[in-house]
Ligand binder design. Structure first.
Ligand SMILES: [Zn+2]
Length: 152
């Protein structure tokens, strides 16, 4: 998977430029990242975002920090729900409209590899519109983003 520095401008692919979005969580081997313990409440919020698949056409990528890998994608469970990570992005949108583009694997990176995302990302997660609220999907529409579901 491509590596992008946290908070660098999001501009991935020729057909997709989202004005103002910043990259978060595009980790790769050979690039160090900050670690810390995430709150379960933040993981719950992130999980809700990870159920919404944005740009789901980029093929599968696995976690470079794990050895287990299936061609069917990266199945993850939380509270009895199963979603598939590794083939789509998520968008976290802050209260004043700033947005953050992350690979769906960010949930796994935080949960299993103690990746600590930037504070502004966590703040947006906690205070911005969140799925499945109407405000959240309106914000995606405004950005001309299409979405699907990762829930299996
Ligand atoms: Zn991993």
């Amino acid at each position: 998977m491509a590596y992008f520095r946290d908070l660098s401008p999001y501009q991935y692919g020729h057909w997709d430029v989202v004005r103002g979005a910043q990259n978060v969580g595009w980790l790769a081997l050979g690039h160090t990242f900050q670690t810390g313990q995430a709150l379960q409440s933040d993981l719950d919020l992130l999980w809700a975002h990870c159920k919404v698949a944005i740009h789901a056409t980029r093929g599968l990528h696995s976690c470079e920090f794990c050895s287990d890998w299936s061609s069917e994608g990266f199945r993850v469970m939380r509270n009895g729900e199963t979603i598939v990570l590794g083939y789509s992005e998520i968008r976290v949108i802050g209260p004043s409209g700033q947005s953050y583009a992350a690979p769906s694997l960010i949930y796994h990176y935080i949960d299993k590899h103690s990746y600590k995302p930037p504070d502004v990302f966590v703040a947006a997660l906690r205070t911005g519109p969140r799925p499945p609220s109407e405000a959240y999907f309106e914000a995606l529409k405004t950005r001309e983003l299409e979405w699907g579901s990762t829930v299996r």
